[in-house]
Design a protein around this ligand. Sequence first.
Ligand SMILES: [Zn+2]
Length: 380
Amino acid sequence: MAKRKKDEEYRTFQDEWTEEFTFVERAGSAVCLICNDKIASMKRSNVKRHFDTRHATFASKYPAGDSRKKACQELLSRVQASQQQLRVWTRQGDCNSASFAGSLAIVRNGKPFTDGEYAKTFMLDVANELFGDLPNKDKIIKQIQDMPLSARTVHDRIIMMANQVEETQVKDINAAPFFSLALDESADVSHLSQFSVIARYAAGDTLREESLAVLPIKGSRVHHPSNECSLNTADLSYIPGVSIRDFEAEVADLKASDMWVNKFKSLNEDLERIARQKELASKHMWTEMKKLQPEDQLIIKTWNALPVTYHTLQRVSIAVLTMFGSTYACEQSFSHLKNIKSNLRSRLTDESLNACMKLNLTKYQPDYKAISKPMQHQVY
Ligand SMILES: [Zn+2]
């Protein structure tokens, strides 16, 4: 009984270990301040052994007693100061991702990069009034003040986010079985030709139409109607890796399967229902239309669900879905280009114009938390 009690006593951290062996308690273990090692069992003998064997130099430099105490306290306050610094970095991380969010809002609203400073002043003025009664008002104000949002910062953040979106686009296009490209050119407000590249591809159950690049055609002022390049719908031989014989056999198979015939029947009904809803919504509110499920997604989901025995059929359907159905994407791209160029008075460099276009047209959300994480340590 007595022995057991003694053991239990040993299992709790003893404060004097800090001044004797430079150990502190952290999350239930004894942690060495010198090497950050953890001691699993909280026993004086283990802590002492670690200190004597691993930190003999420290032990002889500061012999047990006042000298050791002083050295240990100094060490402790240094560690505490660096933890404080770490908390500052983490907070800075919040400000960083806030400044990404702010930069994205600026570019998506077609505002010039210099509006970052204005947005900050606006937020500070409003916060002063809005949060006046809150106990942590000072903290809120400080966080807004600390948020980097200068024109230079907005510019850099936008380039970084556009690069990240591009990486995702490339990754998804590489993984897609097929993709279509629409190439279009148009003259901008300064009458320079701009070349726009839009890709259409399936990523999982989602069909994507993404603007890959807007490129200036240097030194030329060509004016001719737009061209789109896409697959010819009538001819299966355009689709790589498809055998007509397999295709026909799978079509016959599918027609004989009640289950799949019913699935496509109900897909048809869903599509008709959405078409009716769209017609109704178009008479009232455009915002309602955005909430409706895109037809593309329903169609591709059904095809993706087909078992591997219908592989050829599946490939053909995805290839057909990957074709451009309209020139809408190109038109949208150039109307954005016109807005951006006229709002920013065509002062943009090619790099930032491309980044603005990409962030305005993409359906991907830039993951700015992921971008701002590795930046935390560059702040200081
Ligand atoms: Zn140690």
